[in-house]
Design a protein around this ligand. Structure first.
Ligand code: S3P
Length: 167
């Protein structure tokens, strides 16, 4: 049975952008876990974190993982924290090929510094928070089947690279 292409990595790595590109170029379904949660909850991620809390968000995220693994094969953009739940990791690995979109802290920060929609990046020094999250999570992301370096590549280059490695 064909498997999903699963994109994992930090916020700002380009999971949603590359996922959307692949879906359009290769005519395959696109599942963006964050957008699915927003649609189901009729609220933004920031609003969900603020009103219902992180634990609630993670519960919804897990529900979406269940939903997508039983949907027709396509490309799945996970959220930066989806793999924190070991059951998400094993389900996604079972049903897909995981690509870790590995981006440098500098690239992530350049993309995120003006954004206000990432509730986990708060406090006096959000860049330090980002660095801490990256350090804490790197080993989880490295559980992916393949690592792809993002720095210096366009969305098209990344998309074609993923497509050529998808097995
Ligand atoms: C999160 C990343 C976000 C979103 C939420 C939590 C995280 O997704 O799921 O804000 O824990 O890193 P992106 O990686 O798509 O920004």
């Amino acid at each position: 049975m064909p498997r999903h292409i699963v994109l994992v990595g930090m916020m700002g790595a380009g999971k949603s952008s590359v996922g959307s590109w692949l879906s359009q170029e290769k005519a395959i379904p696109f599942y963006d876990l964050d957008r699915m949660i927003e649609e189901a909850e009729k609220a933004t991620i920031a609003e969900i974190f603020a009103t219902k809390g992180g634990e609630y968000f993670r519960k919804k995220e897990m529900e979406m993982v269940y939903q997508v693994i039983s949907s027709p094969p396509g490309v799945i953009a996970t959220g930066g924290g989806t793999l924190l739940n070991p059951s998400n990791l094993s389900l996604l690995k079972e049903h897909g090929f995981l690509f870790y979109l590995q981006a440098s802290l500098e690239l992530l920060w350049s993309r995120l510094q003006d954004k206000t929609d990432r509730p986990l990046l708060f406090g006096k020094n959000p860049k330090m928070t980002l660095e801490k999250l990256l350090k804490e999570r790197e080993s989880l992301y490295k559980a992916a089947d393949m690592e792809i370096e993002v720095d210096g590549k366009s969305i098209e280059q990344l998309g074609e690279l993923l497509w050529s490695h998808w097995i």
